[in-house]
Design a protein around this ligand. Structure first.
Ligand code: SER
Length: 480
């Protein structure tokens, strides 16, 4: 059985209800492009609203994070990942949460206790040290030397405000070497695998902290990272999750993974994310705004790397890879079944479109860079506008030649160009909570607070039907 199934079965056995993964494109929330964390769809309930499935929940949540899209290509970054989570909405708290995490790790995943270490909240002038968690770990046999107290790293909040609280993070020693007696967070063999947040507070817009109506638990475990660790590989893309996909890319290119890792990881990662975005019931299609532009960038960057590996980009290579991904995940996500053909069509159409201008664009790019000069904003915009080169493609290709691109200037031109589309603020293109401007992030959290409060005070049938958030205003459309 794989990690996801083991996890869900375990928490069901502890009285949890499995809730379906929320869509990657948040419903009724135009202020963020994608769902970026397991707890994001649960914010109103952590704030106190009643959840129809009860007080003990678990799930695997699809998450898309595109703010460090450029880092994809190394061993750990992904633009799409699944996050395992279990929640208590005012039900159990630290004791059970820590006991069950420990039981799952040591008795279900059979991790030796000796390979585990934890961090616990040290306390500050506002909130005292988390002695309950500290003592709980001791009672489970984690020695003092393996418990590190921190202030900053053990207080969790998504963005600027909203539900938050002290957390305890669980680390695993990934090397075959003898496990050091003392836990040293800076030793990279110690990797964080699970985060248990005890959400009993809310950070208010003025920065003050007050208590939530309930003491909640919110935990998060990344499927890709934990699977790689448990399988003993240092490269996430070498785990069973990616094995078949990477093998197919290797077959299509006639090249080994070794030596071509970067391009192969980018193709695998970007096409997987593109599959999930285009399968979403929101019906996203490649475009020049919002989610559509992210989708376009992902597909185009994957195509460019396929070309780098000498894959015939006029073949149906993208369909073959997408089918492998769809087959791997369709039993978990209904939309992949329902939209199987839609996904293949979206990828194919975008490939055809990009391939029309790619050759000419590459010629133009070579001409431009033959002068060995950095690329200015007008030229970068020309590559985008005429040849469909998303900015990071130009930046990546330029950096391979040791050249820079005026990205700021490009963003300005891009914004000017998109003036008509009100939602096209630069921040939004980064995607997710982390990418938005500070004010927009605050307003976004405020919509969650407002929703939870309305559900509590007015009626549980209050539903948000839309919102329009800019740095200047927050408009929210409510239906009862
Ligand atoms: N909210 C915490 C995290 O994302 C635990 O789920 O790590």
């Amino acid at each position: 059985m794989n990690l996801k199934d083991l996890y869900i079965n375990f928490f069901i056995s502890k009285g949890h209800k499995q809730i379906p993964s929320a869509p990657v494109v948040p419903e009724n929330d135009p202020s963020v492009l994608f769902n970026t964390a397991g707890m994001q769809p649960l914010v109103p309930y952590l704030m106190g609203a009643h959840h129809p499935y009860g007080k003990r929940l678990c799930d695997y949540q699809k998450c898309v994070r595109t703010n460090d899209l450029d880092s994809v290509g190394d061993t750990t970054h992904h633009t799409f990942f699944e996050m395992l989570g279990n929640w208590s909405l005012g039900d159990y708290f630290k004791d059970e949460s820590i006991s069950w995490s420990f039981e799952f790790l040591t008795e279900v995943l059979n991790i030796p206790k000796n390979k585990l270490a934890v961090t616990v909240f040290k306390g500050n002038d506002k909130i005292p040290m988390d002695e309950v968690s500290y003592n709980k770990w001791l009672s489970l046999g984690i020695p003092k030397e393996r418990i590190v107290l921190t202030e900053e790293d053990n207080f969790w909040i998504a963005g600027e405000m909203g539900p938050c609280g002290p957390d305890t993070e669980i680390f695993y020693y990934r090397s075959d070497k003898e496990v050091p007696t003392v836990f040293d967070e800076s030793d990279e063999n110690w990797v964080e695998i699970w985060n248990n947040v005890f959400m009993e507070f809310v950070k208010n817009p003025d920065g003050s902290i007050s208590e939530l109506p309930n003491k909640n638990v919110d935990t998060g475990m990344g499927v890709e990272r934990t699977t790689a660790i448990l399988e003993g590989v240092n490269d996430n893309y070498a785990s069973s999750i990616w094995k078949d996909i990477i093998e197919l890319i290797s077959e299509l290119s006639g090249l080994p993974y070794e030596g071509n890792e970067k391009s192969m990881r980018i193709i695998a990662d970007h096409l997987r994310t593109a599959v999930f975005i285009s399968a979403d019931y929101a019906g996203i299609k490649p475009s020049n705004t919002d989610q559509g532009y992210i989708l376009r960038r992902l597909i185009r960057r994957a195509i460019r790397h396929a070309k780098k590996l000498n894959i015939d980009i006029n073949s149906d290579f993208e369909s073959l890879i997408a089918k492998k991904i769809l087959d791997q995940y369709q039993d978990y996500y209904q939309e992949l079944k329902d939209n199987y053909e839609v996904v293949l069509e979206v990828l194919r159409n975008e490939k055809i479109k990009f391939n029309r201008t790619l050759e000419k664009g590459l010629k133009e790019f070579n001409k431009i860079t033959s002068k060995k000069e950095d690329i200015d904003a007008i030229t970068a915009f020309h590559l985008y506008d005429t040849y469909g080169f998303p900015i990071e493609l130009t930046v990546e290709m330029a950096s391979e030649l040791g050249l820079k691109v005026d990205e700021k200037g490009f963003e300005e031109k891009f914004r000017e160009h998109q003036e008509l589309s009100r939602s096209a603020s630069a921040g939004k293109f980064k995607g997710g909570l982390a990418g938005n401007g500070e004010i927009e992030t605050r307003y976004h959290t405020a919509t969650h607070l407002l929703n939870a409060a309305l559900k509590e005070v007015v009626s549980k049938d209050v539903h948000q039907k839309g919102s329009n958030i800019t740095a200047e205003s927050l408009l929210i459309n409510i239906q009862i």
